[in-house]
Write a protein that binds this ligand. Structure first.
Ligand code: TYC
Length: 102
């Protein structure tokens, strides 16, 4: 900036430049047909949950209708939704997966 001291400009930017990205939760929905084991596999494979946590999340979805699998930046969440839907389609299961602003 003309007529300004460089040090002052750098100090100004330090307070404004870093902002956390908007986060999105990836949610699995319950249905009557997708096998429990398939949902547990999805939670392990695509959301990096251990067997115990994956089983707990699956049962929560089974009983409450939906459950949060993880919270990610927009692009990562969108990719996970597509990968899960593709895996479900490949296996012939009606499993639904959505993302929503956290
Ligand atoms: N309700 C399914 C069953 O009884 C299991 C299930 C759990 C399906 C979670 C989808 O997101 C889901 N086989």
């Amino acid at each position: 900036t003309p007529g300004r001291d460089d040090g002052a400009v750098v100090a100004e930017r330090k307070t404004a430049r870093i902002r956390p990205p908007r986060m999105y939760q990836v949610v699995l929905l319950n249905d009557d047909y997708t096998p429990m084991e398939f949902v547990v596999m999805v939670l392990q494979e695509y959301f990096k949950r251990d067997l115990e946590t994956a089983t707990h999340i699956m049962l929560k979805i089974h009983h409450e209708g939906r459950g949060v699998c993880g919270v990610y930046t927009k692009d990562v969440a969108a990719t996970k939704v597509e990968l899960v839907l593709a895996a479900a389609r490949r296996s012939g299961h009606p499993l639904q997966c959505i993302m929503e602003a956290a």
